[in-house]
Design a protein around this ligand. Structure first.
Ligand SMILES: [Zn+2]
Length: 166
C-alpha cells in the first residue's frame, strides 16, 4: 500500500483512491476517483491533485454551462478564475460595486441578463475556455431563471477532464 506523510500531523498516512468532496473551491465539487492521503492518526484527508489549473478550468466550464441561473458563490468563483477584483468585474457589468458584492453574497439575486453577461464575459476573458462557447450558446435560451434551491454538486472526473451535474 502506498503511503505518504500526513500534511496535518506528520505521521505516516495511506493513499486511497476514492471520490472526494472538494470544499476548498467555494462551490460544491466532487472529484471522481482521485488519490487521497488519509491519516488514521488525526483523521485528516488531503486530495492529491496533479493538475490544479486543469481542475479549475473544468470547473469553470461546468459553471459556464450550468443549466440554472448562477448563485453568488458561483459568480465569485468565475470572477476569481479570471483574476478580476469585484470592483473591476462590476465595471464590465456596468453595475455598482455594492450591488455586485450583494450578488456574490447571495443578498441580491443575479438578474437573468447579468447571469448571461457574466458567462459571456468570463468566456471572453480566458481563451482557455473557448471550447465552452458552443455549448453555452446551445444551452443559453434554456437556462432556467430560478436560482436552484438545493445546491447542485458538480462531479469532475479529472482523468477524462469532464464534468457532470449530480
Ligand atoms: Zn495526520
Amino acid at each position: 500500500m502506498k503511503t505518504e506523510l500526513c500534511g496535518n500531523c506528520g505521521e505516516t498516512a495511506h493513499i486511497v483512491r476514492k471520490n472526494y468532496e472538494f470544499k476548498e473551491m467555494g462551490v460544491p465539487v466532487v472529484l471522481h476517483r482521485i488519490d487521497v492521503i488519509v491519516c488514521d492518526h488525526c483523521g485528516n484527508s488531503d486530495p492529491i491533485i496533479p493538475n490544479m489549473d486543469g481542475l479549475m478550468r473544468v470547473l469553470a466550464l461546468g459553471l459556464l454551462c450550468k443549466p440554472e441561473k448562477l448563485c453568488g458563490e458561483e459568480v465569485r468563483f468565475l470572477r476569481k478564475y479570471v483574476n478580476k477584483s469585484a470592483v473591476e468585474f462590476s465595471r464590465f457589468l456596468h453595475m455598482s460595486h455594492t450591488h455586485f458584492s450583494k450578488i456574490e453574497n447571495d443578498r441580491y439575486e443575479v438578474s437573468p441578463q447579468a447571469d448571461r453577461l457574466i458567462r459571456l464575459m468570463v468566456i471572453g476573458m480566458d481563451p482557455n475556455l473557448n471550447e465552452g462557447i458552443k455549448e453555452l450558446m446551445a444551452i443559453m435560451p434554456n437556462i432556467t431563471d430560478d436560482c436552484c434551491d438545493e445546491k447542485k454538486q458538480i462531479q469532475i472526473d479529472m482523468s477524462k477532464g469532464v464534468y457532470q451535474y449530480a
